[in-house]
Write a protein that binds this ligand. Structure first.
Ligand code: GLC
Length: 475
């Protein structure tokens, strides 16, 4: 095998010098608009190792910032789901459904004659108070390595000064885009913190081109605009985003109009940002990762995946949500560890208020997550799955495994049940060393009948979940 590689690379080198090119002059791969070409895109290491990204849903819907609290389990297919949609960023759609709670809420707070796009001047006024550097610092301190911002959600309002005119008569000129270049300002601030900046774009729905509303499950398909005018518009806008901001993640939602040349979009993107990544919602058979939403995988997936969900039940800001509706810190940390053990990333969504303030219940979670990652991040970042993701100790603890080279990491979800931790399937390793992350003291171990028993420190550090490094045990 090695011999063959040497022969092949020898031939390649000869060919290159024959063409008068040195290896250093080789052009980067050029992607063509075909699945064959796109599928040659390798998964970039930075994304595989990043594990935690922050998703931001921010738009006109952040002004009313409201949705009912029904459907806590996101049972997307239940009969009245759309009318009682827990996603506050769907405000405009639900407002258009007769007798919906959102319609009643809107009448009560803004009056029947106040149109959705009348929120634009309020959004512009409020977002003048926003400090992008402060927001980017919060994300870095939470332990995120990348950020994905909604550049345009289903409502059609863009968070950058798009130069592609929207021909829709339902959208007043002054409500086409935000006054500030939120996309540009946040990109600069996020990169300044050493994080990568990605962009979400709603290609499949644009309620300025097809107003719907989506009321039943069959409308999910029929309300997708497919006209040539929309295809041209979406194509021009996403190219603007690629050229202007070079997003590290191109996160499209719902679908992509066939009239908007999805293969060309993806090839153009890779040619502009070769180490960027694309999600699986472009309606074509190419992606760098899959994107389950409020769903967990029960085993390791070879294909890279990224779970997205809000800290609460909604992606956009919902003022009706509080402590009860927001994931508890311990559950959030367990969720991240579980996802990472199965080859996933967590794209955790915050819903800022119109002025960019992250609600206090969400801030608390970000702080707890950041503190936990500071101590235990070694078991998370840049790891790969081990042969097994999930386990149970002999003492009854729920365990998750990850690895880095020869080192194995075991994380106990919640407080340990005993003073020892006994892991199945590990034998004695005279060169191994077991420590609690954040505490360099080697822990005593005893191997017996294919099990390794670790004596836990009398005083464990931190809270919520406890990671142990078993150096040399992943061999
Ligand atoms: C969706 C929703 C949406 C949310 C998104 C995030 O399909 O329509 O509101 O932006 O997915 O994954």
């Amino acid at each position: 095998m090695i011999r063959r590689q040497i022969v092949v690379s020898g031939i390649l080198a000869a060919l290159i010098s024959f063409c008068g090119m040195s290896a250093a002059q080789q052009a980067p791969p050029k992607y063509e608009p075909t699945l064959d070409s796109l599928n040659r895109h390798p998964l970039p290491q930075w994304y595989a190792g990043a594990k935690l990204g922050i998703f931001i849903h921010w738009g006109l819907y952040s002004v009313p910032g409201w949705a009912p609290l029904n459907h806590p389990d996101h049972d997307f297919n239940s009969g009245d789901y759309i009318k009682y949609n827990p996603y506050a960023e769907w405000y405009l759609n639900v407002l258009r459904i007769g007798g919906s709670p959102t319609q009643a809420y809107h009448r009560e707070h803004f009056g029947a004659n106040f149109s959705y796009y009348d929120f634009a001047p309020v959004f512009n006024r409020e977002s003048r108070k926003w400090n992008p550097d402060r927001m980017a610092t919060v994300f870095r301190e939470a332990g995120a390595r990348y950020v994905v911002l909604t550049s345009k959600h289903h409502e059609g309002f863009t968070l950058w000064p798009s130069t592609t005119p929207n021909p829709s008569p339902t959208l007043p000129k002054a409500a086409q885009h935000a006054e500030r270049d939120i996309v540009g300002e946040l990109t600069t601030a996020v990169q300044k913190q050493g994080l990568r900046m990605g962009l979400y774009y709603s290609g499949g729905y644009d309620w300025t081109f097809n107003t719907g509303p989506i009321e039943t499950n069959t409308d999910y398909e029929t309300v997708k605009p497919e006209s040539q005018a929309y295809g041209d518009y979406a194509f021009a806008q996403i190219l603007e985003l690629i050229v202007r901001y070079h997003p590290a993640v191109l996160w499209n939602d719902i679908d992509w109009p066939k009239t908007g040349k999805p293969l060309e979009v993806e090839a153009d993107y890779y040619n502009a940002v070769p180490d960027g990544v694309i999600d699986d919602r472009f309606g074509i058979a190419h992606s760098d990762f899959t994107s389950p939403e409020y769903q967990k995988l029960d085993k390791i997936s070879e294909k890279k995946w990224e779970e997205c969900r809000g800290l609460g039940r909604s992606f956009g800001y919902n003022r009706a949500e509080g402590e009860t509706e927001t994931i508890a810190p311990g559950e959030l940390i367990a969720l991240l560890v579980d996802i990472v053990s199965k080859n996933g990333n967590l794209l955790l969504d915050v819903g800022p208020e119109a002025d960019g303030t992250i609600p206090p219940v969400q801030m608390e979670r970000l702080k707890a997550l950041g503190a936990w990652l500071k101590q235990n991040g070694e078991a998370i970042y840049d790891t790969t799955p081990w042969t097994m993701a999930v386990g149970k100790s002999a003492e009854g603890d729920d365990l998750r495994f990850t690895r880095k080279g020869d080192d194995l990491y075991v994380t106990i979800l919640g407080k340990p049940k005993a003073t020892t931790l006994t892991v199945d399937g590990l034998s004695a390793n005279p060169n191994g060393k077991v420590t609690e992350l954040g505490n360099p003291k080697a822990l005593a171990t005893k191997a017996d009948a294919g099990k390794l028993r670790i004596t836990l420190p009398a005083q464990l550090k931190g809270d919520y979940a406890f990671s142990f490094k078993l150096a040399g045990y992943a061999r």
